[in-house]
Design a protein around this ligand. Structure first.
Ligand code: ZN
Length: 277
């Protein structure tokens, strides 16, 4: 289930600008925000742009009667296609903070209820003094290709028929990200991986991942899906993938996902879409 991003999307508000004194008042305000009164339970500071405008995420519940009635909820996957790169960044930041806040209300050291601090960037334990910071869980996502330059795409067990994408998984304790790529691919589809090349990363707050994207070269081709996470996996040549997209047999990945970028990198140009409605 997706977290309630819409609460934050609708709450994104800007304040300022107030850079009239070379930024001194602005910096003082910034510092005050980061020290943050403990009552800042519904407002998270996200940053300041080059014009001195401060950005906050507000929880919907803190805005009774102040939400435009024409507003409607939208998830990050939908909103990501509509917003500018900067606003997507703000929203991902806000959603990531909110996901962390909602699941870290108690101290993991002593069990006491924690309080919010530093404008939403720390939760502090009044009993033992521990400070807890937002966490990010590294995950790997990889476009696996074979000697014939085909790509391997898989369908997770809970995905609809036809939804194929790159394989992905979480980095485990004590593991390098390259080891993680090789282990995940082998566990999920039984393919062995040789060369692993880092491409790019993407924050993915579902609920708190940082997706590290790779191109990975397979040294075997025989697929054996685990049936646990991956239900089905197939090799595609470029022609086969194009035909599968166009016929609707395979649904393209979400437009904002790094999976789409990795597949496109292999494909060599923008991915084709279905040719019939
Ligand atoms: Zn504690």
């Amino acid at each position: 289930m997706e977290p309630p991003h819409h609460a934050l999307l609708r709450g994104l508000r800007r304040t300022g600008p107030h850079r009239r004194d070379g930024g001194r008042a602005h910096r003082a305000r910034h510092d005050a925000l980061l020290r943050g009164p403990l009552t800042e339970a519904h407002r998270y500071f996200l940053g300041i742009d080059e014009d001195g405008v401060s950005y906050f995420a507000l929880q919907k519940d803190s805005l009774p009667g102040r939400i435009d009635q024409s507003a409607r909820p939208a998830g990050l996957r939908e909103a990501g296609l509509l917003l500018s790169a900067r606003d997507v960044g703000l929203m991902v930041h806000a959603v990531g903070l909110e996901n962390w806040q909602r699941t870290h209300r108690f101290c993991s050291r002593c069990g006491e209820r924690t309080v919010i601090a530093a404008a939403g960037h720390i939760r502090r334990c009044p009993a033992c003094g521990a400070e807890h910071y937002p966490r990010t869980d590294p995950a790997v996502i990889m476009a696996v290709t074979d000697e014939d330059d085909r790509i391997l795409l898989g369908r997770q067990v809970h995905w609809p028929e036809g939804r194929f994408s790159t394989l992905a998984g979480f980095v485990e304790p004590g593991e390098s990200i390259e080891q993680s790529v090789r282990r995940e691919v082998h566990e999920e589809v039984g393919i062995t991986i040789g060369q692993v090349e880092y491409v790019a990363s993407q924050p993915w707050p579902f609920p708190s991942s940082l997706m590290l994207g790779f191109m990975a070269r397979a040294t075997s081709t025989e697929i054996e899906v685990d049936g646990d996470e991956i239900h089905e996996a197939r090799w595609f040549s470029r022609d086969e993938l194009r035909a599968a997209f166009e016929s609707g047999e395979v649904l393209p990945p979400y437009g904002i996902s790094i999976a789409a970028r990795l597949i496109e990198l292999w494909y060599g140009k923008p991915l084709p879409t279905r040719s019939v409605a």
